[in-house]
Design a protein around this ligand. Structure first.
Ligand SMILES: NC(=O)c1ccc[n+]([C@@H]2O[C@H](COP(=O)([O-])OP(=O)(O)OC[C@H]3O[C@@H](n4cnc5c(N)ncnc54)[C@H](OP(=O)(O)O)[C@@H]3O)[C@@H](O)[C@H]2O)c1
Length: 235
């Protein structure tokens, strides 16, 4: 897809992978709308990006009402990247109930509700791309101790993506549903959740964003619809 003059909504676009994807899209002359929950952080990202192609919206993905209102305000978009996410690392019995809800609401329900709000217009105009950022944790081989709730949310995103892909294909619509499954990246995902984890050897999100932009730039008929990117464990 030629990205010039297209409009992309990137959830979680103020940080980490989402921010790098926003940068890559802007380089390809795509208009970008960054969605984040924290007004100050979103405004800082806009300031740092220094581009007249980027705008922002503030929306907490834990709120279905906010999502629906926000998408309605934005109007037509050509590309949706569901990238926002949070993690927790703790044994299930000590997992706080609010934290469990936050993870499922942000990672899984947020993805489902934003997609449900955006998809009807894409189907109607018979054009558009939705990419869901799952994780290698969301693959059948995934699953790690102390990450059960995060992994459950990512399995949910994977199942949602794979099923929706078939639903849209069955309608013979020219709308791409793409699943992206990265391994560990060097972002603030862990530190924001209060985790001390050495991520310095994890993948550079800027490199991962390049792959995402490459996928989006393919012609509409070319669907790289299940891409797994993992770091070489020997390095
Ligand atoms: N880092 C990894 O190792 C890794 C591996 C596989 C998959 N992933 C996935 O990649 C995606 C991007 O994560 P990242 O590593 O780039 O982490 P990140 O830098 O923490 O980015 C996450 C983004 O999601 C936003 N967000 C969190 N809760 C939100 C909410 N309720 N409403 C709206 N936005 C919200 C954050 O906003 P704030 O800045 O305001 O919190 C931030 O912009 C996530 O889906 C993550 O699960 C990450």
């Amino acid at each position: 897809m030629f990205l010039t003059s297209k409009t992309a909504l990137v959830t979680g676009g103020n940080s980490g992978l989402g921010l790098e994807v926003a940068k890559g899209l802007i380089k390809s002359k795509c208009k970008v709308i960054i969605l984040g929950k924290d007004k100050a952080k979103v405004e800082k990202a806009i300031f740092d990006l220094k581009s007249n192609l980027v705008t922002s919206v503030t929306c907490d993905l834990r709120s279905q009402t906010q999502i629906e209102k926000t998408v309605q305000q934005i109007g037509d978009i050509d590309i949706l990247i569901n990238c926002a996410g949070i993690i927790a690392y703790q044994p299930l019995p000590v997992h706080d109930s609010k934290n469990i809800r936050d993870i499922i609401e942000t990672n899984l329900l947020g993805t489902i509700y934003v997609t449900r709000s955006v998809l009807p217009t894409m189907l109607k105009k018979n054009s558009g791309t939705i990419m869901n950022i799952s994780s290698t944790s969301g693959l059948p081989t995934g699953g790690s101790p102390n990450e059960s709730v995060y992994v459950a949310s990512k399995f949910g995103v994977s199942g949602f993506t794979e099923s929706l892909k078939k639903e849209v294909d069955d309608q013979k619509k020219n709308v791409r549903i793409l699943g992206f499954y990265p391994g560990g990246m060097n972002t603030q995902l862990f530190s924001k959740s209060g985790l001390t984890k050495d991520t310095s050897k994890f993948m550079d999100p800027a490199e991962i964003a390049k792959i995402i932009v490459f996928m989006l730039e393919r012609p509409d008929a070319i669907k790289m619809d299940h891409v797994v990117v993992n770091r070489n464990k020997n390095l």
